[in-house]
Design a protein around this ligand. Structure first.
Ligand code: SAM
Ligand code: DTB
Ligand code: SF4
Length: 330
C-alpha cells in the first residue's frame, strides 16, 4: 500500500495528522496523484474541518510602500529593481484606521498591514502599536507583515492586540538562494519562532510560479507542514510578474499545478486557513472555483494587494453568489 493509499482510505482522514513529519517524497506523491483524486481527497479533508462553503475575507493595506533594501527577485518594492515605484514614508495612523473602517464596512473580518521593510525599527514601534490597537478596537482581526522582528518587538506587538504576524518562507530552502540573497532562510525561521513563542498566530506561506520545480514546491510545503505547530494561516501566492523585477518573463505556472499546490497545502495542514492570495486578478472564475474546491478558504478582498491589483469587490461578490459561497463573519 502506498502512502497516498493510506490517506485516501476515508477512515484515516480524521487522523490526518497534526504533529506528523511529512517527507518531501510523501508530499511529492500527493502532487503526482491524478487531479480528480487529489481534489477529492483535499475536499474531504476540508469538510472534516471547515464549513465547505464559507470563505474568510482579509483586506490588505500597504502602510509603507517601496524603497526596501532587500533583493527579493519577485518584489516590485525592492530598491534593487527598477519598477518605477516611488518610495513612500510610513502612513499616518489615522489614514490607516480610516482604511480599516472602510474595509470593515465592506465586509472584511481581518485587516492586514504590510510594510516594505527588511526589519522593524524601534522608532516605528509606537505608530505600529497605535495602528494595531486602533484596528483591533474596530472589532477586526489584526495582521501585520513588517519583516524581521526582535524578541522585544514581538512582545510589544502582542500587547497591542496583534492576532497574526505574516512572514513567508516563500519557497524551498534549495530554491531560496536563487530568489533572495540579502536575508537567509534561517533568519525567517528565527522570526517565526519569536512570533510563535509570543503566542501570536503565525501566517506563513510562499509563492509559486517563480520557475521552481514541483519537488521544490513540495519542499516548501514540507517546511510549512512540519512546523510544530504548523501555521494557522497559509497564504499561497501565485507570482504576480511585475516589469522591472528579475522574475518578469519567467514561464507561467500551469494553472492546475497552482490548484494542486492549494490541495496539497489543505491535506498537509488540515486545520489551517489556506489563503488564495496574490495572483487572483490573473485567474479566471473557473480557476478560482477550483482553488476553493481544493480547500482554499480565505482571500484578499479589495481592489489592491500591496502595490498590484486584485479583483474588484463586485466581481468577488458575483463570484461568491454564483458559487453559493458565503463570507465568514467574526
Ligand atoms: N517586507 C516584508 C517581508 O518581506 O517580510 C513584508 C511584506 S512582503 C511584500 C510580503 C510577501 O508578499 C512576500 O513574502 C511575498 O511572499 C509576497 N509577494 C511580494 N511580491 C509578490 C509578487 N510579485 N507576487 C506574489 N507574491 C508577492
Ligand atoms: C502574502 O503572502 N501575500 C500578500 C500578504 N502576504 C502581505 C502580499 C502580496 C503582494 C503581491 C505584490 C504586491 O501587491 O506588491
Ligand atoms: Fe522588501 Fe518584503 Fe519586498 Fe522582500 S518582499 S523586497 S523584504 S518588501
Amino acid at each position: 500500500m502506498t502512502f497516498t493509499d493510506t490517506l485516501t482510505e476515508t477512515s484515516s482522514l480524521d487522523t490526518c495528522p497534526t504533529g506528523k513529519t511529512w517527507q518531501i517524497a510523501d508530499i511529492f506523491e500527493l502532487y503526482e496523484l491524478p487531479f480528480n483524486d487529489l481534489l477529492f481527497l483535499a475536499q474531504q479533508v476540508h469538510r472534516a474541518h471547515f464549513s465547505a462553503n464559507k470563505i474568510q475575507l482579509s483586506t490588505l493595506l500597504s502602510i509603507k510602500t517601496g524603497g526596501c533594501e532587500e533583493d527579493c527577485a519577485y518584489c516590485p518594492q525592492s530598491v534593487h529593481h527598477k519598477t518605477g515605484l516611488t518610495a513612500e514614508k510610513l502612513m499616518p495612523v489615522e489614514e490607516v484606521l480610516q482604511a480599516a473602517r472602510v474595509a470593515k464596512e465592506n465586509g472584511a473580518t481581518r485587516f492586514c498591514m504590510g510594510a516594505a521593510w527588511r526589519s522593524l525599527k524601534d522608532r516605528h514601534l509606537e505608530a505600529i502599536k497605535q495602528m494595531i490597537r486602533g484596528v483591533k478596537d474596530l472589532g477586526l482581526e489584526t495582521c501585520v507583515t513588517l519583516g524581521m522582528l526582535e524578541k522585544h518587538q514581538v512582545e510589544v506587538l502582542r500587547e497591542a492586540g496583534l492576532d497574526y504576524y505574516n512572514h513567508n518562507l516563500d519557497t524551498s530552502p534549495e530554491f531560496y538562494r536563487q530568489i533572495i540573497s540579502t536575508r537567509t532562510y534561517q533568519d525567517r525561521i528565527d522570526t517565526l519562532k519569536r512570533v510563535r513563542d509570543a503566542g501570536i498566530h503565525v501566517c506563513c506561506g510562499g509563492i509559486v510560479g517563480m520557475g521552481e520545480s514541483r519537488r521544490e514546491r513540495a519542499g516548501l510545503i514540507a517546511q510549512l507542514a512540519n512546523m510544530n505547530p504548523y501555521p494557522e494561516s497559509v497564504p499561497v501566492n501565485n507570482l504576480v510578474q511585475v516589469p522591472g523585477t528579475p522574475l518578469a518573463g519567467v514561464e507561467a505556472l500551469d494553472p492546475f499545478e497552482f490548484v494542486r499546490t492549494i490541495a496539497v497545502a489543505r491535506i498537509t495542514m488540515p486545520q489551517a486557513m489556506v489563503r488564495l492570495s496574490a495572483g487572483r486578478e490573473q485567474m479566471n472564475e473557473a480557476l478560482q472555483a477550483l482553488c476553493f474546491l481544493a480547500g482554499a478558504n480565505s482571500i484578499f478582498y479589495g481592489d489592491r494587494l500591496l502595490t498590484t491589483g486584485n479583483p474588484v469587490r463586485d466581481a468577488d461578490k458575483e463570484l461568491f453568489d454564483r458559487l453559493g459561497i458565503e463570507s465568514l463573519s467574526i
